[in-house]
Ligand binder design. Structure first.
Ligand SMILES: Cc1cc2nc3c(=O)[nH]c(=O)nc-3n(C[C@H](O)[C@H](O)[C@H](O)COP(=O)(O)O)c2cc1C
Length: 166
């Protein structure tokens, strides 16, 4: 699958909106992810308001690209939806990766901004997004049309592969 290898973190964007149809495709990709016991604990917050994006770029310590990005999607988990405790991190990570790959497929560029488990980021972002008590933000995905190309990065390391035993 080409998208896996083409995907890079894109932090510079054109001054161009992401169409609503594409936003919906990103969200559908997120919700198509596998989850433990099919618990699907995710919620997604779509952020397009310039003032909100600017403010988020100040709240998150490594998110200055949000000042340029036309769109961000916060990937959150409803802890009340858990069937198997603690698996929400993996569920929501799978959803986040699906969004990154779908972004490549749609000629968009995106970058995963880590939130959980950094306590201050979780607290500040939870407050800013007015999340209910039982909802935790896992990550924010910054999205836009890429301002340039980034080469593929070959990270295959045969020495990291073990057969049968370590
Ligand atoms: C859990 C996680 C947290 C990340 N947090 C940030 C972040 O806060 N800010 C940022 O600019 N990039 C962040 N990244 C992107 C990584 O820096 C990037 O994936 C890594 O350098 C590899 O580069 P690539 O995505 O272009 O292949 C994060 C990635 C992951 C998976």
């Amino acid at each position: 699958m080409d998208e896996i290898f083409k995907r890079r973190s894109i932090r510079q964007y054109l001054d161009k909106e992401v169409e609503d149809e594409k936003v919906e495709k990103l969200l559908k990709a997120g919700m198509a992810a596998p989850s433990a016991g099919n618990e699907q604990p995710w919620h997604f917050i779509v952020i397009k308001d310039r003032k909100h994006l600017d403010r988020l770029s100040e709240i998150h310590p490594y998110a200055s690209m949000l000042k340029e990005a036309p769109l961000a999607v916060a990937v959150c988990a409803d802890l009340n939806e858990q069937k198997y405790e603690g698996f929400w991190v993996q569920d929501c990570s799978a959803a986040a990766e699906n969004i990154l790959l779908e972004a490549v497929n749609l000629d968009l560029g995106a970058v995963w901004l880590g939130v959980y488990p950094a306590e201050k980021r979780v607290k500040d972002i939870k407050e800013f997004l007015e999340l209910p008590e039982n909802v935790v933000p896992l990550s924010i995905i910054s999205v836009g049309y890429p301002a340039g190309d980034k080469p593929e990065s070959d990270r295959f390391k045969p020495e990291r592969v073990h057969y049968e035993n370590w």
